[in-house]
Design a binder for this molecule. Structure first.
Ligand code: F6R
Length: 272
């Protein structure tokens, strides 16, 4: 079956924005694009390196990739993956860990080598966190950088767990992988997963903007009315560390936004 086409495409200052009928169609199209990128990159240079996201948004994308794999059209045999983030502290075996999420939705379902599936390690001792973050960036570089980074968007505009911050833009564009404190909106949004806000870890390890923004392609997915404001601010507001999604504009035409009509509703010329 051919992948769904967008019902509208916009070019906002060189950034491509694709709006689909609904999130299901958008996720099928995203899975198709990722599968195609893996096939063509492996054909060209013998391997592909993917940056991956967790959260509710990409779950159907992983389902689509697993289906492609089961149909014999997609192999992860030559793929390495680097996830964006992990709560801290967090055991990889904890049901709430992002490692468990990835195992459930992708890693256990495809032919990806376990030693090539990287998720930031939430068990690293406190004193080694900064050094560990720097190593994570070096591992990505040693693989030749990310061919594709898949991103969701926080309601507060965060990408990975790069939260809104009081930083000058130049610094905000070059942040390393590092330990961070979660923003109150992020903690509130995770409350459902952890059985209450009090149980949400207050810290995390996140891939930094430097590695994210260096990816050769970046696919940002955002669905639902609750993301509309962050989408509009990211795409049309000032480029600022207060809205980390706006920093994606520095990556120009390497970025594609994949939206449903609700998430796109506050973009100029889109809302009714
Ligand atoms: C997850 C991540 C986060 C989420 C964002 C949206 O690895 O890095 O930035 O992408 O919080 O989460 P959902 O998809 O649950 O709305």
């Amino acid at each position: 079956m051919p992948a769904p086409s967008p019902t509208r495409s916009l070019d906002l200052d060189g950034t491509s924005v694709l709006i689909f009928d609904d999130s299901a169609a958008a996720c099928l199209a995203a899975a198709d694009q990722i599968a195609e990128l893996v096939r063509s990159t492996v054909a060209q240079r013998g391997k592909a390196v993917l940056g991956l996201a967790t959260g509710g948004t990409p779950v159907p994308v992983y389902k689509g990739l697993v289906e492609e794999h089961r149909a014999g059209r997609l192999s992860f045999g030559e793929v390495s993956t680097f996830n964006l983030d992990e709560y801290y502290p967090m055991s990889p075996l904890d049901p709430q860990s992002y490692r468990t999420y990835m195992h459930r939705h992708l890693f256990s379902q495809v032919d990806l080598a376990p030693n090539r599936a990287h998720v930031p390690d939430g068990t690293v001792p406190e004193s080694a966190l900064e050094a560990y973050g720097a190593s994570y960036d070096r591992w990505i570089e040693a693989e030749g950088g990310l061919d594709l980074q898949l991103l969701g968007l926080g309601r507060n505009g965060h990408i990975g767990f790069n939260e809104p911050a009081d930083l000058d833009t130049e610094t905000a564009l070059k942040l390393p992988t590092r330990p961070v404190s979660l923003h109150p909106t992020t903690v509130a949004d995770a409350a459902g997963d952890f059985g209450g806000e009090a149980l949400v870890p207050r810290r995390a390890l996140t891939m930094g903007t430097a590695s994210i923004l260096s990816a050769r392609r970046i696919l940002v997915l955002a669905f639902g009315a609750k993301k509309a404001e962050a989408v509009a601010q990211s795409l049309t507001g000032p480029m600022t560390a207060q809205v980390p999604g706006s920093l994606l504009r520095s990556a120009g035409d390497r970025v594609t936004w994949v939206l449903d009509p609700e998430a796109a509703s506050q973009l100029p010329g889109v809302g009714g």
